[in-house]
Ligand binder design. Structure first.
Ligand SMILES: [Zn+2]
Ligand SMILES: [Zn+2]
Ligand SMILES: [Zn+2]
Length: 329
């Protein structure tokens, strides 16, 4: 596997011929009693009669490897490099059937704390420019393991979608001296057309221009560029984040079980790039958030036109249905 850069869009892709093909999981490697668990990186303490509450492990078949040098090199007009970075599995819960929508808020809090610690730690590596946290749930979403897990990749480049957000956030800030995400939250709270719910310092809403039906974002209402900063410094607020994520997932799951979840946080600013200037105002112009992208098989057309998203349910309709969805509490 290697990284190649598309010279037109400037986005990096990971490519190569995968000799292993689809992997079939026979026994769970992530349950506490697993015989052949991957290498453990971090463990959150035991609470309530379980051996541990959350864990980070090396991905058993990592796309990125921590050892070695990137070996950036040209190939005529093209750029390529080795897939150096980190690829971890975050086990959200020691219990095989406690997911982010049916676990307790305290359990979900431990998962957030571990995620924050891993992101903080990986960002200290001078080679790492960005740390992504994501979860794919369901066969069509690309789910890999049956145990409740999310994944982290730490890369030497900023993924394209985040780069768009960083550039847009910086441009907005340059002209208005305000954070575009804070302005979105203010307007959405004022208009109350697309807000799913507010809870403590957090808000869940349907974005004005959704990419897929029932797309939902969760944002802190008080400005903060880095998720790990909020999670490690304002720990008291994690219970509200746990609750709003759990409740939003329950709402979405009344329409489809399958979804992608991604955390967008600020890039590593400890080792700013000299060529890319978007780090200068990053603490003021970027605002971390979670994006939830449900996968609806019946609306699959929306996924065939990736360049112009087609979402056959408006946010104003989606938000009404999500608000009225029957959830456990
Ligand atoms: Zn398991
Ligand atoms: Zn903001
Ligand atoms: Zn985002």
């Amino acid at each position: 596997m290697e990284l190649r850069k598309d010279p037109i869009t400037r986005s990096w892709v990971i490519t190569g011929d995968d000799p292993t093909g689809p992997r079939v999981e026979s026994v769970c490697r992530f349950c506490p009693d697993a015989a052949s668990a991957p290498q453990v990186i971090a463990t959150m303490p035991n609470t309530g009669g379980v051996p541990w509450s959350a864990r980070a492990l090396v991905h058993p078949t990592p796309l990125y490897h921590i050892e070695g040098e990137p070996g950036r090199r040209g190939d005529g007009l093209y750029d390529r490099m080795h897939s150096v970075g980190a690829h971890e599995v975050l086990v959200e819960n020691s219990r095989h059937d406690h997911h982010l929508w049916n676990a307790s808020d305290a359990e979900i809090e431990w998962f957030f704390r571990m995620a924050a610690e891993r992101i903080f730690d990986l960002k200290r590596d001078p080679r790492i420019k960005y740390v992504s946290l994501f979860k794919d749930y369901g066969g069509s979403a690309g789910q890999e393991f049956s145990h409740p897990t999310s994944q982290i990749t730490a890369t030497m480049f900023v993924p394209r979608r985040v780069l768009y957000e960083l550039r847009a956030g910086r441009e907005y800030f340059l002209t208005k001296e305000r954070c575009v995400f804070c302005d979105i939250i203010n307007q959405e709270e004022r208009q109350a057309l697309r807000v799913i719910e507010s809870r403590g310092d957090y808000i869940a809403l349907c974005p004005y221009a959704p990419r897929v039906p029932y797309e939902a974002w969760i944002l802190p209402r008080n400005h903060d560029a880095a998720f790990e900063h909020t999670a490690l410094v304002r720990q008291g607020q994690l219970a509200d984040l746990a609750a709003i994520l759990r409740r939003t997932l329950q709402r979405v799951r009344t329409f489809t079980e399958e979804f992608h979840l991604v955390l967008h946080t600020s890039p590593s600013s400890q080792h700013p790039s000299k060529t890319l200037g978007y780090w200068k105002t990053i603490d003021d112009d970027y605002h971390w958030h979670i994006e939830l992208l449900p996968v609806l098989g019946s609306k699959a057309r929306s996924y065939t036109f990736k360049e112009v998203y087609y979402s056959p349910v408006s946010s104003e309709t989606a938000v009404k249905q999500l608000r009225e969805a029957k959830i456990d509490g």
